[in-house]
Structures are given as structure tokens and as C-alpha cells.
Design a protein around this ligand. Sequence first.
Ligand code: KG4
Ligand code: ZN
Length: 333
Amino acid sequence: MKDIITLGIESSCDETSVAVVKNGREVLSNVIDSQIKIHEQYGGVVPEIASRNHVEAISRVTHRALEEANIKFEDIDHIACTYGPGLVGALLVGVSYAKALSYTLNIPLIGTNHIQGHIAANYITHKDLEPPFLCMIISGGHTHLVYIKNYIEFEILGKTRDDAIGEAFDKVARVIGLGYPGGPKIDKLAKEGIPNIQLPKSRFDNLDFSFSGIKTAIINLHHKNPEINRADLCASFEENVTQVLLDNVLKAVKQLDIKKVALAGGVSANTYIREKFMELEKTHNMKVYYPTPILCTDNAAMIASAGYYNFINGKRSDLFLNAIPNLKLGEET
Ligand code: KG4
Ligand code: ZN
């Protein structure tokens, strides 16, 4: 069978990324132009600045992705771009660029859901992974426990009712003075601490999550006692939220009688969370998957992989494709 070459484009937040992927799983290039340094001084992503930087970067990043993959525009079979969820102005840069390329090269365009991309990062890292499986998507914008029925069908089993888990990591880090982005900083400092601080755990009858309570509890603790040991606070926070994730995953495992679980999204780069999930292999006879760190955070290779599966399953977008900031998984057009 002829190889299928996908050009993936990702611009939903503060990374301009373009990738070339062969047959959905083999990365030929994955160029990521991060704006973290630019947004760091504001303590978070400034949407208008992000959009402008995407405009400035998109063409350069695309040419580098082709060069690194050693291919020409004519070698691309189809384009997959993130069209939601994300920041509208940022998304529009990638969507408009992808539409122009698709029109000029006369090749199919597939608008792809960013969350589906995070799930697909696992297909690149684990060549043997096939649906069905459970996926715990933990990122700066999302906390979703999803049943992956097949490559293009998903059932959301539970999601956050307030803050995303990554948002909680970032806010806690900011309050205790670790800076932005907080996730990696908490990850590092927690290793020096002991999880000896009692924090509230959210519990629901269904498989939903909530992280605003623990975030507020930590903010209050820190304000009342600015001398509190920050490493212990980070370790306690990590232990608490990881336990909440594990409890819900184990409930879902029981309900669906499924033994495969994958982590996805920026927060799945967290070393403590990975370690605790890996223990499920021994304690619950499960198979646990997570993407390599570079594929956990936003990148275009994961969008290309998801787009490839959309493509071979007959999905296509037309030139009326628009950015949808609050696009839900499973509600794609
Ligand atoms: O997936 P992602 O790049 O963007 C979204 O789609 O939201 O996730 C970014 C999030 C940020 O909240 C960042 O703090 C968090 O992932 N993150 C981590 C780690 N690395 C990134 N959180 C905890 N531990 C880490 N090592
Ligand atoms: Zn993301």
C-alpha cells in the first residue's frame, strides 16, 4: 500500500507547531516553536500576543518541518489542522494557513480536534496500541476521562466541573511563587517534599472531577502561613490530585471491564502521576501507556496522527472550516 504523508498544523494556544507524519504513526518531523518565554513575563498566555506570534511563525515553521522531513509540498497527501478547542485568534492562524495550503496544493483538509490529538500522541509512542482503551486526558485546558471506542469514536465518561488539572498546577505554582508554567516546577519541587499536609479531596457519584477546592485550600494555607514548606505543599498537592485521578480511572475500569489505560496531555508529563499510574500494571494487572514527554505537551505530530485516522475513515473538511474555541470531543463536524 502507498504511504500516506500527513502535514499536521497546531496553533491552539502558545505553540506554533507543524509536523510531517507517515502512515499516522511515524514522525518524519515535528517542529515546535514555543512562545513560553514571551508569555512568562505576564504569568500566563496573553491571547492577542499568541495570535500575532503564530502569524509571524507559521510559514517559517512549516518550511522547517518540510526540510527536516526531507520532503516537498507536492509529497503531502493531506493536511490536518487543529480547529478547536483553543484560543480563537490562535486557532484561526493555523486554520487559515491550512485552508490556503489545501486550496493551493489541491489536497484534502481535515479539521481535527485538539483533544483527539492528545489521545493520538499515544499511537506515535506505542506502535502496538489499538482501541478500545481508556484515556485520562490531563492538560492545561482539559480533564477528561474518555472511553476510546475506536480511532474516531469517543465516549466522555467524566470531566472536570470547574478548573482543569493543569490550570490548578499553574495557579498553585503562581501563588506560591514558582512562576509560569507551574506544572514542571511543581513536579521538580515536590520531589524534595513529604506529602504531610491534609487537603480536601473532591468526590462525586459519577466520574467527574473538581480541582477548584484544592486550589483554594492551598491559596488559603499559603496566605495564612507564607512560611509553609513549599516542597511539602507541592508533594501533598500532587498526591491528592493523583489519587483523585486514580480513583476515577479504577471506577471506570470496573464499570467497563477494560484493562488498558493511556495518559495524555501536558500534565501526563508529570513524573509522580506517571509513576503512580505505572503501579496499576502490578496492582491491577493493567497495561498503562503514556506519550514521550515532547508528545505530551502541544505539538503538531499528534494532530497529524489523529488527522490521519480521520482521513482514512473518510472525514473531510471544506474551505468553510472555522475555528471553534469550545469544540467538544465527539462533536466534530
Ligand atoms: O497539553 P498542554 O500543552 O496544553 C493544553 O492543551 O492545555 O498542557 C499544558 C499544561 C500546563 O498546565 C502545564 O503546567 C502542564 O501541562 N504541565 C505539567 C508538567 N508539564 C507540563 N504539569 C505537571 N507536571 C509536569 N511535568
Ligand atoms: Zn493541549
